[in-house]
Every structure is written in structure tokens, then in C-alpha cells.
Design a protein around this ligand. Structure first.
Ligand code: PMV
Length: 333
């Protein structure tokens, strides 16, 4: 095989209905459908080059070699790409985020979406959106949702027989359909101690997990309906309940996982107070302590200003809806 190089850019995403718990951990098949918005302000750029001269894969994240755990996950994804392309050439991978890497937002969604698009192209494959989403999903579940643009849903497809080929993400609404903003309040920039992989694997040990799964379909359909109606007041209460519930499952799993910090609760309280005074703002959280505040674009500057004034907040990032994964001509090396 000749040396081939490709670069891709991909956005991270914030889920309104979250993926938490696998039906099949190896294939990263989720137990429930999820729905999210790509985040234009949080992007990963990745260049992949397959080179016959290499004896091992070389992985650089930011300016440094990847740590052992990240390296293993990236090599596993390269192996999936090599299997698909029927090659065994090793690759050089350089990846960087456009957002500060030390703010606790290191996102596997944008990273694995960009790696999958760049890697498959560099390996000579031209996969469509659906096949890319299926492949990205196996690197990191939420990466499946960073392949299509804008507002996206990822179907669990637990009711069909050939599940892996049916569990992929597709667009619900393009990014320019709704000027929804995510104002992210950074209350801690430490890397999280417990990764989402572990959270997924012990979710079923929470005595409340079955209850969550039984309530999700109705919540999902309400959120999807209000999203399509571009009605933040309509979807906001369910989005908040969903975030609290995911964390309640994490906190009641064995062993329990606590992602919240005092600052997390204080920002959530402030949002509730602002809402009481007439501002339309609703919070959600990933598997971490930072608070994502959803507001209409017209309110984003005011909310960011108020968030910056809160004592616990170290940094604020404002993001609108983002594009899907795309190729770029600007290689990182
Ligand atoms: O893709 P993972 O394995 O990092 O899991 C993502 C989990 C959440 O961010 C908490 C929820 C979601 O759907 O994005």
C-alpha cells in the first residue's frame, strides 16, 4: 500500500437524552436511544497517515504522545479501520482540540469521529455517513452522533436482529435550523477520575436503572417533538430531569460515581433562579462536573456574563450548533 494521508475535523456534542449503559459493551450498542446537538466551539482535528515504513502506530495528542489508555483505544479503532480496508499498515496519528485541553472537556465524541473519518479516508475507503457513524460508535458511543451535522439522534435498535449495522446516528435537524446555544460553565478543569466506559459497565447495578429505562421512551419522544418545534421551554424541563437522572444512576451504581462538585450544584441553582426571574435557560451535564446551560442565541451573551460572575466558575465557553465530521486539506503534519 502507498503512503496515504487524510485530515478530518469533527465537533463534540451535548446530549439532551443521554447514552448510559450498553446492551453489548464490545460493540458499544446502547440500551437506549439518545439525542444531541453538535457543538461548533468544541472541535477536534485529526490527521492519519498509513506508512509502510512504520513498525508501530504513532499517536500524538496535542503536543504529547498519547497516554497508555488513550493509545490502546486509538489503536483498537485503527484496527477496526484496517480490518475494513483489508490492510495491515501502521499509522501515524496527530490530533488536536481547538478548545483548551485543560478544562475537563476532553471529548471522546469529537476525537473518535475525526479519527474514523480521517482514518478510513487515509486507508482508501469512502464510507457514507451511516457506515462512518457505525464505525465511530465502536470507538466511543457518543462519537456516532458527531458524524452527522446539527441536531442528531442515535437509535439503539435493540429490537432488530442484526443490531450493529442498525445502530447509527442520523440528522434530526440541520445546524442552522435553530439558534440554540450551549453556555458551558467550567467549574473544574481536572481530568475525571472515572471514565464513562466504567459508568456504562456498572449502570445496571443501580437499583433505579430499570425504572430509568422504562421512563425513557416517553421522555425521548417529548424531547424530540419539542426540539423539532424549537421550543426550549417545552423541552428544557425534560432535559434537566434527564441529566439529574443520569447522575442519580451513577451515584447509586456499585461502586458509586460522584461527578458533581459544590460548584456544579451552585451553577444549577443559579440557572433555576434566573429562570424564576423570567430567563429561559435550562441545564444539562455530561459525565463530569461542568454545567451546560441551554439558551436561545439571543440570551447567550447575558447568560455567559452572569455565569462568569459566579464564584465557582473558572471559564465559560459558548457554542452554537455544529457541522458534521468533514475532511480538511490542512494536514497537521
Ligand atoms: O461516548 P461515551 O462512552 O463517552 O459516553 C457518553 C456518555 C455521556 O456523555 C454522559 C452521555 C452522552 O450521551 O453523551
Amino acid at each position: 500500500m502507498q503512503t496515504r494521508k487524510a485530515t478530518a475535523v469533527s465537533c463534540s456534542n451535548i446530549a439532551f437524552i443521554k447514552y448510559w449503559g450498553n446492551y453489548d459493551a464490545r460493540l458499544r450498542l446502547p440500551l437506549n436511544d439518545s439525542i444531541s446537538m453538535n457543538l461548533d466551539a468544541l472541535r477536534t482535528e485529526t490527521t492519519v497517515e498509513f506508512d509502510d515504513a512504520l513498525e508501530n502506530d504513532e499517536i500524538v495528542i496535542g503536543e504529547q504522545s498519547a497516554d497508555e489508555r488513550t493509545e490502546r483505544r486509538v489503536v483498537e479503532q485503527l484496527n477496526r479501520i484496517r480490518a475494513e480496508a483489508k490492510i495491515d499498515t501502521k499509522a501515524r496519528v496527530h490530533s488536536r482540540n481547538n478548545f483548551p485541553s485543560a478544562v475537563g472537556l476532553a471529548s471522546s465524541a469529537s476525537a473518535f469521529a475525526a479519527l474514523t473519518l480521517a482514518g478510513t479516508r487515509a486507508a482508501g475507503l469512502e464510507l457514507g455517513e451511516r457506515a462512518l457513524s457505525i464505525l465511530a460508535r465502536q470507538g466511543s458511543g457518543s462519537a456516532a452522533r458527531s458524524i452527522p451535522a446539527g441536531f442528531v439522534e442515535w437509535l439503539a435498535a435493540t429490537n432488530v436482529t442484526s443490531i450493529s449495522s442498525q445502530s447509527y446516528a442520523h440528522q434530526v435537524m440541520p445546524p442552522d435550523a435553530w439558534d440554540l446555544c450551549d453556555v458551558i460553565a467550567i467549574v473544574s478543569s481536572e481530568a475525571k477520575k472515572v471514565g464513562s466506559n466504567e459508568g456504562h459497565s456498572i449502570a445496571h447495578t443501580s437499583p433505579f436503572f430499570g425504572e430509568r429505562l422504562s421512563r425513557l421512551p416517553n421522555r425521548y419522544h417529548r424531547v424530540r417533538r419539542e426540539l423539532l418545534a424549537k421550543n426550549l421551554k417545552g423541552m428544557g424541563p425534560d432535559v434537566e430531569t434527564e441529566a439529574i437522572e443520569l447522575h442519580a444512576i451513577a451515584m447509586t451504581s456499585r461502586p458509586p460515581i460522584f461527578y458533581w462538585l459544590p460548584g456544579t450544584i451552585r451553577v444549577m441553582d443559579a440557572v433555576r433562579q434566573w429562570r424564576g426571574a423570567g430567563l429561559s435557560a435550562y441545564y444539562t451535564l455530561d459525565a463530569g462536573p461542568n454545567v451546560h446551560i441551554l439558551v436561545e442565541g439571543k440570551d447567550s451573551a447575558e447568560v455567559a456574563k452572569r455565569v462568569r460572575e459566579l464564584a465557582d466558575v473558572q471559564d465559560v465557553i459558548i457554542s452554537g450548533p455544529g457541522e458534521g465530521a468533514r475532511l480538511s486539506e490542512e494536514h497537521l503534519f
